[in-house]
Design a protein around this ligand. Structure first.
Ligand SMILES: [Zn+2]
Ligand SMILES: [Zn+2]
Length: 179
């Protein structure tokens, strides 16, 4: 007797759950090995069947609802930003370069040497927020252009005053720092 599709689905789910780790590893390994090949094939498929892809995507969006899709996108974006920020902070020593604060929520990347205003004028939104982290990464985390400080130390040294923690002009000090 031919099996009902429903049973097959159930069976493959059971198989997946029982062998989850092996399956995930197999897929990840294959991807790592053939990343470029897979990506260029996907790009080609997309270019050749753009309309079909868009139609499918729109149908899916209608099915799950626009709000759900947006929420997913936001979540993915947040994770990406968090990872990027963590990478930048780690590259600058993983702590405030003045007081040593390590709690990520308190830390952010800073222009050092007071060129932040000029950078924002020249590059606009690219010199702010998550885009700034991206830029820092692209530039290879230059230690004489950027630094990581906690909110307290940033506030305290904003107008070029030495930080009360160390009595040092952090901005100028960081410019000469080779971490
Ligand atoms: Zn600090
Ligand atoms: Zn400080």
């Amino acid at each position: 007797m031919p099996r009902k599709p429903r049973d097959r689905k159930k069976e493959s789910r059971t198989y997946y759950l029982a062998n989850k780790e092996v399956i995930i590893k197999r897929v990840t390994d294959r991807y790592a090995e053939k990343r470029e090949e897979i990506l260029s094939k996907n790009r080609k498929d997309y270019a050749e069947n753009k309309e079909e892809f868009m139609a499918k995507m729109n149908a899916y969006r209608d099915k799950v609802g626009k709000a759900t899709v947006l929420a997913w996108a936001r979540k993915g974006n947040q994770t990406y930003k968090q990872k990027l920020k963590a990478e930048v902070i780690a590259a600058y020593g993983g702590a405030c370069q003045c007081c040593g604060e390590t709690i990520p929520e308190f830390l952010s990347a800073e222009h050092v040497g007071r060129w932040g205003a000029r950078h924002r004028r020249e590059e606009g939104w690219k010199a702010r927020g998550a885009s700034l982290y991206m830029r820092i990464k692209q530039l290879g985390f230059p230690k004489d252009k950027f630094g990581v400080l906690c909110m307290n130390c940033q506030m305290a040294t904003k107008d070029g005053k030495p930080c009360p923690h160390t009595k040092v002009d952090v901005q100028s000090a960081l410019m000469g720092v080779a971490c």
